[in-house]
Design a protein around this ligand. Sequence first.
Ligand code: PMP
Length: 396
Amino acid sequence: APVRLEDHESPPSSVPPAAGSAAASSAEPPPIAHGIEATIGNTPLVEIRSLSAATGRTILAKAEFLNGAGNSPKDRVALNLIREAEAAGLLVPGRGDTIYEGTSGSTGISLATLARAMGYRAHICMSDDQSVEKAQLLHHLGATVERVPVAPITDPGHFVNRARSRAREHCAAADAAADKATASRGFFADQFESAANYRAHQGTTGPEILAQTGGEIDAFVAGAGTGGTVTGVAKYLKEDAGLRRSVRVVVADPHGSGLYNKVKYGVMYSHTEKEGTRRRTQVDSVVEGIGMNRLTAVLAEGLDLIDDAVAVSDEQAERMGRWLVEKDGIFVGSSSCVNCVAAVATALTLPEGSRVVTVLCDSGARHLSKFWKNIAEAGLEEQEDADEDLLKILGL
Ligand code: PMP
């Protein structure tokens, strides 16, 4: 039967709302959002009850897949990249300007969506190892999509370098135009190097976490793709809110990423990187969006604020993916699962009752052809009730 509006209405006042139901919420619904930009941020902080129960600590996750434009934390970043560029006069709405970016997907999706809402075009360069549904989505969002072969960052064909050179070509054409003042220009968003990236999280994600936890937070755990999330939240919590002594900031690192060794031993070294072989992916993992083998300017800015790192295997991430669906009804992508494994591992190093905050980055629907296919093929979906001990399942 179709769901009727009445089904969602509050019960009569004589009937107390069930504890924990949406109707029990005393919060006012949010006001009218004037444009999709206004639906970004203020995401819920969700307790993942099964992880709290398994660890004896409280595991909270920022539900970033509920951001309203591109449905990931990159909405915050894209919005701030555009706003800072507008403030600097680099983007002018309605001039026909194009935003260029090299991205593994999420930032491109957010930029493509917001570009349209704010009066721009988007041209996204991405490497061809990324899932095909991301490229399709970008196309449907009206962006120009340029898929390039996997190449080292020193190669002009690397997706980031390609986006930068496309923006330069656009600006050179504008400079050569007869009416230079009104010609459309290109803007290279540059999320890996731009401070506007981490400032988005320093200005919104961090303050929201502080407000939602009332300052009761013992650790923040997140993976790093550009490092924007971890740098921005760490800067806010440790520098702006003065929680340097009480909050541990931990990087969740997938297999094949060099960040774990960088944080632990000061050397960026990935164990799976073989001399002379062409790596199929940026990091040798099924996980998309996080992990790195070079230090971006954005992460370098926050490196001193990172206390620890947890290395997470693909198998651990996949088992967590299945666990979260089965126990909590939470269906998320690979980076979110890496974050949750690292949050559990971090929680176990802290006293009982501690509070750990992590991030659920995007929906599992973005990861059907790789991560969730692997989970299905590993037979994890048939193993219902096989083992109820999460720590044993994860080998922790
Ligand atoms: N998860 C996903 C799915 C992503 O695409 C990204 C960004 N590449 C991240 C997590 C990591 O975020 P950040 O760039 O802030 O380190």
